[in-house]
Write a protein that binds this ligand. Structure first.
Ligand code: FES
Length: 109
């Protein structure tokens, strides 16, 4: 089934203080999104690994803020979505902001 067109709008996903450090699964406008809380704030990328759609929100985060897919070890830069092993490829990065304590995500294609 084709995905519905994206609205291009920021969508509220919850209070910032309810998201601890690390990865969190979100569904935003029908997309599976991995929201990460790092030392410098929130970042979001597609949750589905390019290899076999492993859940990136459940991956380990290393000291360079790269997340490793829990299924077979492909790694992604959390801030860009770039695939570490093949930087020409990657998952979509989504825009995140916090407004009045609420995390909002704008899904990119
Ligand atoms: S599904 Fe992510 S590395 Fe295989």
């Amino acid at each position: 089934m084709p995905l519905a067109p994206l609205s291009g709008q920021f969508v509220g996903v919850g209070r910032a203080d309810t998201f601890g450090p690390g990865g969190h699964f979100l569904k935003v406008e029908g997309r599976h999104v991995a929201l990460f809380r790092l030392d410098d704030g929130f970042h979001a990328i597609d949750n589905l690994c390019l290899h076999h759609a492993g859940p990136l929100c459940e991956g380990e985060i290393d000291g360079r803020d790269e997340v490793t897919c829990p299924w077979h070890g492909w790694s992604y830069e959390i801030r860009t979505g770039r695939l570490v092993q093949d930087p020409k490829n990657g998952v979509s990065r989504h825009d995140v902001r916090v407004v009045d304590g609420e995390v909002q995500v704008r899904v990119n294609p």
